[in-house]
Design a protein around this ligand. Sequence first.
Ligand code: GUN
Length: 300
Amino acid sequence: MTARIIDGKTYAEGLRARIAGHVARLQREHGITPGLAVVIVGEDPASKVYVSNKARQTAEVGMFSEKHELPADTSEAELLELIERLNKNDKVHGILVQLPLPGHIDPNKVINVISPDKDVDCFTPASVGKLTIGLPGPVSCTPLGCLMLLRDQLGSLSGLNAVIVGRSNLVGKPMAQLLLRENCTVTIAHSRTRDLPDVVRRADIVVAAVGRPRMIKGDWIKPGATVIDVGINRVPAPEKGEGKTRLVGDVDFDAAAQVAGAITPVPGGVGPMTIACLLANTITTASLINGLTPPKDLTP
Ligand code: GUN
């Protein structure tokens, strides 16, 4: 069997087009322009690219977009003060502070200052609580993207065995909450899980989010399973020339694609969904802040 390749890039383009439609409707019917502020501290090149992409795609769907690039020696107090200002700014419905932050700034302090109403990353304890009990609010971007791709592939997920490999606050834990809400039987596996290959072999759905290149082997995959690879790992690629690198996921793609029913590639699978879901969350928070019901097609 050769798996269907799940094209996240094309799905994300369609999602952004739908988001642009929601932006136009909110402006036309309610006079609301959803706005997102992104904040970066320091000069990490990869983070700067991510943040620029986020700001650009925000503007492209017609939203108000604001980018704050702060020097690496910005004090914690200065950053907290900026966030307080953004909390009060009516043009801003979403605040994203790019992680990681420089070592002298406590990320938990920063996250706790972001208004839960504008927490488009779903990082604050209040947002995580809402997600867990199923109240309306922003949803962790990458897990929301994975869920949209899974629903698009499988329709109903009810009753399926889902194994998530990785227990991070960013992906593993919120992914488990979302899949539970879909009536999956959910297992969160991690570095201490015994007999990991056997656990993964029971999965109708595998979500790989461990951050270890090609760790999940082809013979761990149940025939016909749907495999969502969240990993983005840069590895040496001598075949491309000396010193060259390329991106691979947490799944051994070539081997898994021989067994799975459907699989996301890296790049071009989950990655493009994350920013699109950030924009979706900004529509959600802009709606909720203004007492409106968020669009159903952008929420779990
Ligand atoms: N750094 C890497 N991924 C993310 C993310 O999803 N949100 C934020 N704020 N920072 C990140």
